[in-house]
Design a protein around this ligand. Structure first.
Ligand SMILES: [Zn+2]
Length: 449
């Protein structure tokens, strides 16, 4: 594709640095920049989803403290990718559950609860932004990017492209001042990982990321058609609430993650609200049957880091209507702790059949807690080709699915009009090859998005 300055992306080790478009912008601005690997959503997108998630939170202490700390959670929303900009390993670390837990522990050891004012609340805001980033990367990469690639989109520049689209589709031009206490963040890495990164390095990464954000706004957004042409499915679905992994799909998942983290900060480790989003959702109909497609996989997101070894075919499984277990490959994604569970059927689902998904109390969190009761959901697959009429009657119609927490009456209405408006702007996507460890886990050290 033709981009300003005609600068291409670079590779680093096993992963990719910035999408070529952002590199091009960086070159145009004389910014020396590395950035998130291809396959991720961009920094403007992360800020956007964090904002929508904050706006969807119910009234309460968390909502109140976040409402007055917008710049802090906006900064936190690109803190993880700033590590790539600084060419420092802290960026990769900050994408995952270990960082979230390290940050929780550092706040709890540095301040007194309830962490609703002063510097403690400031750090809570940054934590929520960073956690939003990590969870959005999981939902978006796992569901939307993979589907886009299946459908033929070029997903290699999708992170950059989406940020350019947002500027034009939603009029978003966020480029907040850097107000993060990098001294504190440095201590989180020291205490949580035994990793030494200076406050100045983090500040440098944040400032470089900020320059890139500005360059996308002022330069690359003018050329966003290049990215629309490369990813025609993604551009027409990334704001579609009915598309798994889209921004509106991800907002309630991120909000649910924030609420779990807030409870964890208060020392509440109960798992009763740990599952924050699924695909398909409970009661979904018309689920595709193709066992090789991500649209047919059962995917669940957790607001608590899970012990990967506790997620097995005994604790996470699918049964047919007769109660027979359906052979599925069980995958998790994360670092030492998993934030996502995915069940991939080894053969196509049957047409117009009902399946039940169960997570048992065998699944454990990093705190050693277990699901208080089994988590279940049920879905029905699509009709066989040619049998749609009778099938539709039998199924009574239904949506393809959405995050379970969308059902909450928690004031998410502030978001949905935006999505509807965006859908007008954006007519009807990418995949990142999720590297997989030998034990079926995805995540470090092979990639990040
Ligand atoms: Zn990222």
């Amino acid at each position: 594709m033709t981009l300003p300055c005609n600068v291409r992306g670079l590779g680093r080790g096993g992963g990719r640095l910035l999408g070529s478009g952002t590199l091009a912008v960086a070159a145009a601005c004389a910014v020396t920049l590395t950035s998130s690997p291809a396959g991720a959503t961009g920094m403007q997108g992360h800020m956007y989803v964090t904002e929508m998630a904050v706006r969807s939170l119910p009234p309460g202490e968390l909502r109140t403290l976040l409402d007055s700390r917008r710049d802090l959670w906006l900064d936190g929303s690109f803190l993880p990718d700033s590590g790539y900009a600084a060419n420092d390993a802290y960026g990769e670390m900050a994408h995952w559950e270990q960082f979230v837990e390290a940050y929780i522990n550092w706040i709890r050891s540095s301040f007194s609860p309830p962490f609703t004012s002063g510097a403690a609340a400031d750090h809570v805001a940054v934590l929520m932004g960073a956690a939003s980033h990590g969870m959005l990367d999981q939902t978006f990469d796992t569901l939307l990017v993979d589907r886009a690639a299946e459908l033929g989109d070029d997903t290699s520049e999708l992170d950059t492209g989406i940020d350019a689209w947002i500027v034009n589709d939603l009029g978003r031009k966020e480029n907040p001042p850097i107000v993060v206490d990098t001294q504190g963040i440095s201590q989180v890495f020291a205490t949580g990982f035994g990793y030494d990164v200076s406050p100045d390095t983090i500040m440098s990464g944040l400032n470089t990321a900020k320059q890139a954000i500005g360059a996308v706004i002022t330069l690359l957004a003018k050329n966003d058609q290049v990215f629309r042409d490369a990813s025609p499915w993604a551009v027409t679905h990334y704001l579609d609430a009915g598309t798994p992994g889209s921004y509106p799909y991800s907002v309630p998942v991120v909000a649910g993650y924030m609420e779990n983290i807030w409870r964890r900060l208060q020392g509440d480790h109960a798992m009763n609200r740990a599952i924050i989003g699924t695909w398909p959702n409970d009661g979904a109909a018309d689920v595709p049957v193709d066992h090789a497609s991500v649209s047919s996989f059962v995917t669940l997101f957790s607001g608590h880091g899970l012990v990967p070894g506790s997620v097995t075919s005994d604790s996470a499984f699918v049964q047919d209507a007769e109660g027979n277990r359906v052979p599925c490959e069980v995958r998790t994604r994360g670092d030492d702790w998993a934030g996502m569970i995915q069940l991939r059927p080894q053969a196509d689902w049957a047409y117009h059949a009902t399946y039940r998904v169960t997570l048992t109390s065998g699944i454990a969190s990093l705190y050693g807690e277990h699901l208080a009761s089994p988590f279940t959901l049920q879905f029905t697959t699509a009709c066989a080709p040619g049998d749609e009429a009778s099938c539709a009657t039998a199924q009574g119609g239904g949506e393809g699915g959405c995050a379970i927490s969308q059902a909450r009456g928690s004031g998410a209405g502030g978001w949905w009009p935006v999505a509807a408006a965006a859908a007008v702007w954006v007519a009807a996507r990418r995949r990142r090859e999720g590297a997989q460890n030998a034990d079926g886990r995805e995540g470090r050290p092979s990639k990040r998005a």
